[in-house]
Design a protein around this ligand. Sequence first.
Ligand SMILES: Cc1cc2nc3c(=O)[nH]c(=O)nc-3n(C[C@H](O)[C@H](O)[C@H](O)COP(=O)(O)OP(=O)(O)OC[C@H]3O[C@@H](n4cnc5c(N)ncnc54)[C@H](O)[C@@H]3O)c2cc1C
Length: 284
Amino acid sequence: MRLQEYDTSVRFAARVVASERITPESTYEVREIQLDIPQPGFTAAAGQSVGVLAPGQKEFGQQHHFRLYTVADLPEPRDGHVRIKLCVRRCSYVDEYSGEEYLGRASNYLCDLRPGDTVTLTGPYGLAFAVPADPDATLILIGMGTGIAPFRAFVRHLAQNAPEFRGKVWLFHGARTGLDLLYHNDPRGDLTQYYDRGTFEAIQVLSSRPHWTDEIDWGSALRSHGRELARLLDDARTHVYVAGLEKIRDQLDRVFAELAGGPARWARRKSELVAGGRWVELLY
Ligand SMILES: Cc1cc2nc3c(=O)[nH]c(=O)nc-3n(C[C@H](O)[C@H](O)[C@H](O)COP(=O)(O)OP(=O)(O)OC[C@H]3O[C@@H](n4cnc5c(N)ncnc54)[C@H](O)[C@@H]3O)c2cc1C
């Protein structure tokens, strides 16, 4: 669905409670922004996003820029309000003709907000990642960069609200370097404190040459679990959820084609998984 097609007619103001850089040593700036929403009924499930209306340039007749951000934790009721967190990467891009660098509009607006500021939200939107009906299902979660945000909410949801779920959970968490591994660097150890179950395993996937512009090395990480992954993908109880930037799709397709015995076999297998709701992507 294209951004213009989202219904943004119902808007509400949220107040910034905190904004913290969670990649202090990385060259990339990713901030966790906590927002207070004065609507006791507001809720968002794991994998859902909110819309942000960043102010537009009035001289060009733009009212606002509408962008989506995944809710990065379970909403928390507080004194009749609801608090949510977003995990926002400050983006910029280089114009291929002029070579000039432009700042991403909404992400810079959000990253520059300070406690006490207000922001206009819409939503929530999107299908949530579902807890499988079978309590012994296997979950393979693959998150790259800010794509870890929905899985933080999802794993917390599993631990807090789905005690009947006993299945194995594998979280593949990709970043260029260890310093970019969001939440793993969190001094509160937030990503790991829910994961003391023997059935949970978090696997870090980094670039093999972090000072180069090499891609994240999904191949080595997934291949080193290749036999188990190939077996799990043939098991009707396995669900795979993927989140992050669009480019992860091709990278994963290449590796899974190897594990599945060729691109044609993987294309068939993946379309069965997608059709059965067992392969769900949240890519942007
Ligand atoms: C369903 C959905 C959920 C999303 N969830 C998140 C989220 O949780 N956190 C988040 O930071 N973004 C998320 N995004 C991306 C977000 O909506 C914006 O596209 C992003 O912040 C750039 O917007 P901008 O206005 O700052 O940049 P624009 O002015 O629109 O410029 C976009 C430029 O930034 C690049 N870019 C976009 N997103 C990223 C990124 N995350 N990392 C690196 N480069 C990027 C693009 O390739 C392009 O070059 C999500 C998008 C969708 C569709």
